[in-house]
Design a protein around this ligand. Structure first.
Ligand code: NIG
Ligand code: FE
Length: 421
């Protein structure tokens, strides 16, 4: 009889996220239907989960002298958080612009004036690769502390061939140097860099398609674009994503963040894995996207961004869920619109401002977030066969998770069956 390497036992609740469909993310009311096991356990062998169930089914014959036994009495046990949208690698910070924003200037006004993303591009181009790596590792340690076990990391502060490739390389390297799994995305089409200001957005994306994307095969699974006033218009975004798709990349888009340009629907029609921000996406368009994609495209909602940018319009999460559009939650960690790594706070704000229930919020930051970066085979739920990425929380029920506003509820983090902190 095999001996478990890790058993987490006596949990007040085990939030499995199991029991949903296997061919698409959790949608609609299913978001609340996943199983909560009262007084349960999770068992692992090596880096994989092998059994999950009520304590009455835990067979003591599997527990030997080598087994690490963790008591979770009175506590919630759940899958590691999946952070599906970050801009992890960048130089400098934008505290000076925070003061300008507090003084009344808008995000887009600062960008049009050569600041915003462009100010981080200057700081990132000036930083050395070891500096960028050290910063990324520092931020990953912070994410780990919050219980993030898989994280997507976008490039997008280089906007030239060498720097963009450096950012993807740094993200990969950071993933290898510590236990959080890092999934890199190419966001070379973040804004038009100064070198292409005269030639315009179409000329810049043609440069990316011709000279950069071929060097990213196998390095980044996804190509992303910022479709917004002051960044890339709808027609250029469609052209770029369609070409990237032909080259074999998965698609993502930043769209409907500050205006409704139709970017989400366009990207979903091209088969995008995720459509991100969606603050100005209408419930009618969300319903069309859900119908058209059969619920396979995930809307990644980023509630800390309107909060930080002092924007009144939040994504209509409740309506999206009712329309059958699968939703995920993320921080959008970056130096401009969300300098926070606290995904738990994002769950709370999603409940307060987007109409999520606590169960929906937890599913959105685990299983649906895994779907949003095509890692659902590997993480996002507590099911036999998945990687043993597990959290023990200092709370006793799922409802308490978004309730303790701004706190970090994490007591223990296991990645691949090993304790980390
Ligand atoms: O997702 N919206 C575009 N990009 C980022 C912000 C990047 C920045 O301001 O540096 C976002 O919000
Ligand atoms: Fe973003």
């Amino acid at each position: 009889m095999p001996t478990y390497s890790l058993v987490i036992q006596n949990a007040a609740q085990v939030l499995t996220m199991a029991g949903g469909p296997t061919d698409r993310p959790l949608a609609c009311l299913e978001l609340s239907n996943w199983t909560v096991i009262e007084h349960g356990y999770v068992a692992c062998e090596g880096d994989a989960i092998v059994a999950v169930g009520p304590m009455s089914e835990l067979n003591p014959a599997h527990i030997g002298s080598e087994t690490r036994v963790v008591d979770a009495s009175g506590r919630v046990v759940m899958p590691g958080l999946v952070e599906c949208h970050t801009h992890l690698v960048f130089g400098g910070n934008r505290a000076h612009e925070f003061e300008r924003k507090l003084g009344g200037e808008s995000y887009l006004e600062i960008l049009v004036g050569g600041g915003g993303i462009l100010s981080t591009v200057r700081a990132t181009r000036a930083a050395s690769e070891p500096e960028l790596l050290a910063n990324a590792l520092h931020h990953l340690a912070g994410f780990r502390h919050y219980g993030v076990t898989t994280l997507e990391a976008k490039s997008g502060y280089g906007l030239d061939h060498a720097t963009e490739l450096r950012l993807v390389r740094v993200a990969r390297e950071a993933g290898q140097r510590q236990p959080v799994r890092v999934v890199p995305t190419f966001l070379g089409a973040h804004v038009v860099p100064p070198e292409f200001k005269a030639a315009g957005p179409r000329a810049y994306v043609d440069f990316l398609l011709r000279e950069v994307l071929s060097d990213l095969k196998g390095e980044a699974a996804f190509v992303d674009i910022f479709c917004e006033e002051g960044a890339f218009p709808l027609d250029v975004s469609r052209y770029y994503l369609a070409q990237a798709h032909k080259m074999g990349f998965g698609l993502k888009i930043h769209a409907e963040q500050m205006h409704d340009l139709g970017g989400c629907e366009m990207a979903a029609e091209l088969g995008a894995t995720s459509i991100d921000h969606c603050d100005y996406l209408t419930p009618a368009a969300a319903a069309r996207i859900a119908a058209h994609t059969g619920g396979r495209t995930v809307a990644v909602l980023l509630p800390l961004v309107p909060l930080f940018l002092r924007q009144d319009q939040y994504a209509a999460g409740r309506e999206f869920i009712q329309a059958g559009l699968p939703v995920a939650l993320s921080t959008d960690f970056n130096p401009g619109s969300c300098p926070s790594k606290n995904l738990w706070l994002a769950l709370s704000v999603a409940c307060l401002k987007m109409g999520f229930t606590p169960k929906e919020a937890v599913a959105a930051a685990t299983l649906n977030a895994a779907w949003a970066i095509a890692q659902q085979h590997d993480c996002g739920s507590l099911e036999p066969g998945k990687r043993a990425d597990i959290l023990v929380l200092n709370v006793g029920s799922v409802a308490e998770i978004p309730y303790w506003l701004g706190e970090n509820p994490v007591r223990d983090v296991f990645i691949g069956g090993e304790p980390v902190r």
